[in-house]
Write a protein that binds this ligand. Structure first.
Ligand SMILES: N[C@@H](CCC(=O)N[C@@H](CS)C(=O)NCC(=O)O)C(=O)O
Length: 206
């Protein structure tokens, strides 16, 4: 399988998941909508978005939640997603949908987008507080968003907490979230994936 990614973007969650799962996934960074061999990335992803996962038979998945679940299901022993047919699986889907729509697109997209009007960016920033209040409550005293072990939902949230830190959101206001972030940043797969992606960013900045 090949994972098309952009360093430190939402595709990092899929990169982390591939490593957690121990799957032989080749990570291919895109830049300016070009693949690493100079190809047109729009041929892979109609919207030019990452992540995109090219399966061994050539078919492509192009939405974070489906890519994450496909990778998790390819290595069930890693326990990165509850089994299909269980209520826990629907809780995972519930959570991925929340992260994708309410946090990723409703908040971060509008804050990061250079084309956002000031009022749009401010309105999006104002949503951090109620959203992180909700997530802190959801985590409770636990270390995981769903069930009692690390799932793909945690991989996704860790990536967005990195963005929150980058945007100088003071996570100390939510000690549960700050502790959750620090704990998961130490996971070997997270360290490894972030090391590779930071190196790629530095290479581009040089
Ligand atoms: N609906 C897609 C959106 C993915 C997405 O927004 N990816 C961003 C990076 S985090 C991207 O590729 N942005 C490039 C662009 O907007 O041109 C998903 O949930 O996976």
């Amino acid at each position: 399988m090949e994972l098309f990614a952009s360093p430190m973007s939402c595709s990092l969650a899929s990169h982390i998941t591939a490593l957690e799962a121990g799957l032989p996934v080749k990570v291919r960074f895109i830049e300016n909508k070009k693949t690493d061999d100079g190809g047109d990335y729009y041929q892979i992803s109609a919207h030019g978005y990452v992540p995109a996962l090219k399966l061994d038979d050539g078919r492509i998945l192009n939405e974070g939640p489906s890519v994450l679940q496909y990778l998790a299901d390819a290595a069930p022993k890693a326990g990165l997603a509850p089994a299909w047919g269980t209520v826990e699986r629907y809780q995972l889907i519930d959570t991925l949908n929340y992260l994708s729509t309410e946090l990723h697109k409703r908040i971060f997209y509008n804050v990061f987008n250079p084309k956002s009007a000031d009022a749009t960016r401010e309105a999006a920033r104002a949503l951090f507080e109620p959203t992180f209040d909700y997530l802190a409550k959801k985590l409770g005293t636990g270390d995981y968003l769903v069930g009692s072990s690390f799932t793909v939902a945690d991989a996704y949230l860790v990536v967005m907490l990195n963005w929150a830190v980058f945007l100088k959101v003071d996570l100390a206001k939510w000690p549960v979230i700050a502790a959750y972030h620090q704990k998961h940043l130490k996971r070997p797969a997270v360290v490894k994936a972030m090391g590779v992606e930071m190196a790629e960013r530095q290479r581009r900045a040089a």
